[in-house]
Design a protein around this ligand. Sequence first.
Ligand SMILES: C[C@H](O)[C@H](O)[C@H]1CNC2=NC(N)=NC(=O)C2=N1
Length: 91
Amino acid sequence: MKLSLQEIENILVRFPGWRRENEALVKTFSFPAYMDGVHFAVRVAEEAERLDHHPDMLIGYQTVTLTCTTHDAGGVTERDVALIERIERLL
Ligand SMILES: C[C@H](O)[C@H](O)[C@H]1CNC2=NC(N)=NC(=O)C2=N1
């Protein structure tokens, strides 16, 4: 079930750097080099497979931007929160 705007705001307090953009949770991660971001993206992909919940990933030169939304629900759900929790633990 989609979380309300208020629920999302309350959750975001626990996750520095994450923001809400429309119907998604978004964060841009910075890395010293391009391949560091690529390796991070692979680890995120492995975690996503474990959870069966998959973020959109944009790999930049020294950044990776993750966009987490639940397509089936058309917005942010607890599945996205579980995913960003796991992603933060990868760092
Ligand atoms: C059957 C399977 O659980 C669903 O198709 C999953 C897979 N990964 C997914 N990932 C995301 N981001 N949103 C979804 O709705 C979604 N659905």
